[in-house]
Design a protein around this ligand. Structure first.
Ligand SMILES: *Cc1c(COP(=O)(O)O)cnc(C)c1O
Length: 373
C-alpha cells in the first residue's frame, strides 16, 4: 500500500467553477478573485482580504506594506517554514528569533520582551501546524511597545484563539493555499486586514504598482506581479463553500490517529489545550529521545508511507548560518523539537484502511528501532 503525505480534495463543484472561468475568457483580474476575497473576509470577520499568488507573496506585501525596511527588526519563530522569515530579508529587515514553547511549538510569548530593541518594528508569530500562537499575550506586548503584528496564518485558516478567529485582530495576517494546505487554489494566498489603507496598498503592489486612477501603464509605486489568476480563485471559491466541512473532516482524521496511537509507547500525540481550536494542517507526532527519528522515517518510506520531519529550524538553514552566524544550540527548544517530529499522512479523505496501515508500519518501525539500539 502507498499512502501519500497529503492529497488535495477536488470535487465536482471545483471543476464546474474552473470550467466556467475557461468559458468566460476572463483568466486574470476578474470576478472570481473578488468573490474569493469577499468569502475569505466574511469567513474571518475582517474588512479586507487581498488575494495573491502565494503565501510567500502575501507575507512579503504585508511586511513591505507596513513600512518595515532596511535595518528594522522583526521578532519571529525559528520553528517554521522558511518564508515566514525570508519575507523580512526581501526588505533587508532582520528576523530576530525567539525560541518556542516545547508544548505548543509556537513562539514563547514570555521570551519576546527580552529581544525588543529600539529597532524592533513588529512581531510575526506563526500558527504552527494550525495551532494558534498565544495571541492574547502577543497583542499585549505589541500594544505596550507599539509594535505591529503580522500573523503567519498560512497553516491555520479557521483556527481560533479563545473564540477569536486567527487573522482577525492583528495588523495583517497571511493565509496560504498550496495543495497541501487545508484548502487549495493550486498556488495562492490571502492577506487579511481591518486596515483599508494597507489593503489598498497591497492591491496596488500585487498589480505592478498600478492604482485605481490612471491607466494600465501608470505605475505609482514599485510593484510586483503577485496576482492570483481567475482559475485559481475559482478553485478557492469552491473550496471556501465547504471549508467548515473540510475542517471537520480533518479534525476527525486527527482524532482517529489519536485513538489509534494513544497507547503506542515512545510516541507523543499533539498537545491539546482548552480555549484553543486547532485547524488541522498536518498531523505531527513526536518520538521519544531514545528513538532514531530518521531511521523510523526511512522504514516508513520504504514501506510506502510518506512522512516528513516538519520543520528544519530556520536559523540552521545553510544560508541563514552563513549570513547571520547561527549555530546549533542557539535555540535549544526548537532544535530539540525539530529532531523528534514526524508528520504522518494526513488528508481529508484518508481511509480507515490507510490509517490502520500507517499505524501498523509506524508500530513496527518503533519496535525494530528499539531492538536495533
Ligand atoms: C505554506 C506556508 C507558507 C507559504 O507558502 P507558499 O508556498 O508561498 O504559499 C508560509 N509560511 C508557512 C508557515 C507555511 O506553512
Amino acid at each position: 500500500m502507498n499512502v501519500p503525505l497529503s492529497s488535495p480534495d477536488i470535487g465536482q463543484r471545483e471543476r464546474e467553477l474552473v470550467n466556467a472561468v475557461l468559458d468566460s475568457n476572463i483568466l486574470s483580474i476578474g470576478p472570481q478573485v473578488e468573490q474569493f476575497e469577499r468569502m475569505v473576509a466574511d469567513y474571518l470577520g475582517v474588512k479586507e482580504a487581498v488575494a495573491v499568488n502565494s503565501g510567500t507573496s502575501g507575507l512579503h506585501l504585508a511586511v513591505r506594506g507596513l513600512g518595515i525596511s532596511a535595518g528594522d527588526e522583526v521578532i519571529t519563530s525559528p520553528f517554521s517554514f522558511v518564508s515566514s522569515s525570508n519575507c523580512m530579508l526581501y526588505e533587508n529587515a532582520r528576523p530576530v528569533f525567539v525560541d518556542i514553547d516545547p508544548l505548543t511549538l509556537n513562539i514563547d510569548p514570555e521570551k519576546i520582551e527580552a529581544k525588543i530593541t529600539s529597532r524592533t518594528r513588529a512581531i510575526l508569530p506563526v500558527h504552527v501546524f494550525g495551532r494558534p500562537a498565544d495571541m492574547g499575550r502577543i497583542m499585549e506586548v505589541a500594544r505596550q511597545y507599539r509594535l505591529a503584528v503580522i500573523e503567519d496564518a498560512c497553516e491555520a485558516i479557521g483556527a481560533r484563539y479563545r473564540e477569536k478567529m486567527v487573522g482577525s485582530e492583528s495588523d495583517a495576517a497571511v493565509f496560504a493555499f498550496y495543495p497541501n494546505k487545508q484548502i487549495t487554489t493550486g498556488e495562492g494566498g490571502v492577506i487579511s486586514t481591518n486596515n483599508s489603507d494597507l489593503a489598498g496598498l497591497c492591491r496596488s503592489m500585487r498589480n505592478q504598482g498600478r492604482n485605481s486612477v490612471g491607466g494600465w501603464f501608470n505605475h505609482c509605486r514599485l510593484g510586483y506581479n503577485y496576482r492570483l489568476d481567475e482559475l485559481s480563485a475559482a478553485l478557492g471559491v469552491a473550496q471556501m463553500e465547504y471549508l467548515d466541512e473540510i475542517l471537520a473532516k480533518r479534525e476527525a482524521v486527527a482524532m482517529a490517529y489519536n485513538a489509534r496511537l494513544e497507547r503506542l509507547e515512545g510516541v507523543a500525540l499533539p498537545y491539546l489545550e482548552p480555549g484553543i481550536k486547532i485547524s488541522w494542517f498536518v498531523y505531527v507526532v513526536r518520538l521519544a529521545p531514545g528513538i532514531d527519528r530518521d531511521r523510523v522515517m526511512a522504514y516508513l518510506q520504504g514501506n510506502g508511507v510518506d512522512c516528513r520531519p516538519y520543520f528544519q529550524p530556520i536559523h540552521l538553514q545553510p544560508f541563514y548560518q552563513e549570513k547571520f552566524g547561527y549555530q546549533s544550540g542557539d535555540f535549544p527548544n526548537t532544535e530539540f523539537v525539530a529532531s523528534s517530529t514526524l508528520a504522518l499522512p494526513f488528508f481529508n479523505n484518508i481511509t480507515e484502511k490507510q490509517l490502520d496501515y500507517v499505524v501498523e508500519v509506524l508500530t513496527e518501525a518503533i519496535r525494530l528501532d528499539a531492538k536495533g539500539s
